[in-house]
Design a protein around this ligand. Structure first.
Ligand code: FAD
Length: 511
């Protein structure tokens, strides 16, 4: 903070010591999934594109990529109701976000991803619907509150292929799309940081970037697409906009310093409004143990005081949100010796696909210190440091609800209720893994950045996590893989339409 103002509230010093100038049609800022897709799509539509990236290569992480009703869905016989999916996502954000953006996403993401499915299959990758991990096989049959569609796609390197394997599958898509963009003539300027947007009158006409040689001006005939990611790495922004994210255990965003909210600062400094919605941090209870409490399965959950405090259905953000606001920021899942049959009842499809015995997996987790085991509830309470009398009382009440078949306290569906009755008893902490904090600029239905009066700023667009107004309050897993999905959808829609001098609905852009 300087003079009592945050960087996004300050007027920037004009940069005059520019050593070089370049002109193109479109500048894309950031080579993550949204920026690379935008670059490729604009180049494919005939534009001369430069993508600037502050690091030495592209950024990609994660696995699931959502598209609604793709050709792969057709092969699987899956149909997702796009109107319902939009309604659920909008409702999840308490109607704070921009419904038109969400609807565009659910209606057009299939067609957008199909383009890349073809490209990936041509390049030798396989693609499947990932309903083994984030999306559950039959959660699309649950009621609205928990309905989760089988939307995520997973690109893989087939056995025997010479394609290079990497840890995060999303990188397969990004590197393939980047190669296509380069073949189409797009230029990627790595180790080049965008520092200031150039606004002339009511339009953004370019950007000042900095590399090892100094400042350079890039003039953009058609416009600038911000694709700088969210605010995950920016402590000051997290404190201001999303303090709950600071209570997560682990931040695996990388490379560190990538998601500093640069697009927000650059945009605000030329008059763009920040998104008015509460950011929706992506904080999952990721665990790689066999039951993965909170992620793969649902069990009674207690806080530091040994008291039940939330709905334990493994609909991801519910659990982590509750834990991060629990006293001491700690939570334990508790279950009993019938875990095998209870897990099978909760998640029959997942259970059938396991390639290890649940009993062996639980024992391994106990041996490795991931789970705590005890012969009595009192002993378990002592081992995990919660008041034994409270745990006993909590378990009594929980078991009554299970027996009645209705969780009148928190509303967990009967399928996910499992009594805690017979020794040995087990406990496992619930992790909170911060993947990213999408938060960005206020945009309209064309993903064009707007000012405080909601008027679009000519020539400035935002895609990916710097596109504000899409998610609100808490990341929904209605359509798992939506971070990537909306990055691909709007990256492609905006790249293509800007190159063709059109808005997303096909109406011409007049300058
Ligand atoms: C471990 C992990 C797992 C995940 N798993 C999934 C998943 O399975 N499904 C899913 O949908 N999402 C997942 N996510 C989230 C997803 O990866 C992000 O939402 C997605 O990367 C956002 O894409 P983006 O293009 O907006 O931003 P990013 O991928 O963050 O790219 C932004 C790029 O802009 C560059 N940049 C920033 N500022 C500047 C500047 N001033 N000048 C030049 N360049 C700049 C950055 O260096 C970066 O390369 C995961 C995230 C993590 C960390």
């Amino acid at each position: 903070m300087e003079n009592g103002k945050h960087p996004w509230q300050q007027k920037p010093q004009p940069i005059t010591d520019v050593v070089a100038e370049e002109t193109c049609d479109i500048v894309v800022i950031g080579a993550g999934i949204s920026g690379v897709v935008a670059t490729q799509s604009a180049a494919e539509a005939g534009a001369d594109v430069i993508c600037v990236e502050k690091f030495g290569g592209f950024t990609a992480h994660g696995t699931d990529i959502c598209g609604v009703n793709t050709k792969v869905h057709e092969r699987y016989g899956i149909h997702i109701d796009p109107i319902k999916a939009a309604r659920l996502i909008y409702a999840w954000g308490q109607q704070q976000s921009n419904y038109d953006l969400i609807r565009t996403y659910t209606e057009r993401s299939g067609e957008m991803l199909d383009h890349y499915i073809d490209m990936m299959e041509d390049a030798g990758y396989t693609v499947k619907v990932n309903d083994e991990m984030t999306a559950r096989t039959d959660w699309d049959t649950l009621d609205d509150r928990y309905q989760m569609f089988r939307s995520p796609h997973l690109f893989e390197v087939p056995e025997g292929s010479s394609l290079k394997k990497v840890m995060w599958n999303a990188a397969y898509l990004v590197r393939t799309v980047m190669a296509s963009a380069e073949a189409l003539g797009a230029r990627f300027w790595f180790n080049t940081e965008a520092v200031q947007l150039i606004r002339e009158g009511d339009r953004v006409t370019g950007v000042i970037v900095k590399d090892a040689d100094g400042y350079k001006r890039i003039c953009a005939r058609k416009g600038v697409i911000l694709a700088t990611g969210g605010i995950t790495d920016n402590q000051e922004m997290l404190e201001c906009f999303c303090p709950i994210a600071l209570r997560a255990d682990k931040n695996d965003n990388f490379p560190p310093g990538g998601n500093m909210g640069d697009g927000i600062v650059m945009g605000a400094q030329i008059g763009a409004a920040l998104s008015r919605v509460n950011p929706a941090p992506v904080i999952h209870p990721v665990s790689f143990t066999v039951l993965a409490p909170g992620f793969n399965s649902s069990w009674l959950m207690i806080n530091r005081d040994g008291k039940r405090f939330c709905n334990e259905t493994a609909y991801e953000p519910c659990i982590t949100n509750a834990r991060m606001n629990a006293p001491g920021n700690v939570a334990w899942a508790v279950w009993d010796s019938h875990f095998d049959e209870n897990f099978k009842r909760q998640e029959p499809a997942k259970y059938a696909r396991l390639n290890e015995s649940v009993t062996d997996g639980v024992q391994k987790a106990v041996d490795e210190g991931d789970y705590v085991m005890a012969d009595t509830l009192e002993e378990l309470a002592q081992k995990i440091g919660v008041p034994p009398e409270n745990l006993v009382k909590t378990v009594e009440r929980y078991n009554q609800l299970v027996e009645a078949g209705e969780d009148t306290d928190f509303g967990v569906p009967e399928r996910f209720l499992s009594p805690v009755k017979d020794a040995p008893f087990y406990a496992s902490t619930i992790s909170a893994w911060l993947l990213c904090v999408p938060y960005g600029l206020h945009v309209d239905a064309h993903s064009q950045v707007c000012d405080e009066d909601d008027d679009p700023i000519g020539g400035l667009y935002a895609v990916g996590n710097v596109q504000g107004d899409f998610f609100a309050n808490s990341y929904p897993v209605t359509l798992p893989g939506s971070n990537h999905g909306r990055s691909v959808t709007f990256g492609r829609l905006v790249g293509q339409s800007l190159a063709q001098d059109e808005y997303l609905d096909g109406t011409p852009i007049t300058r």
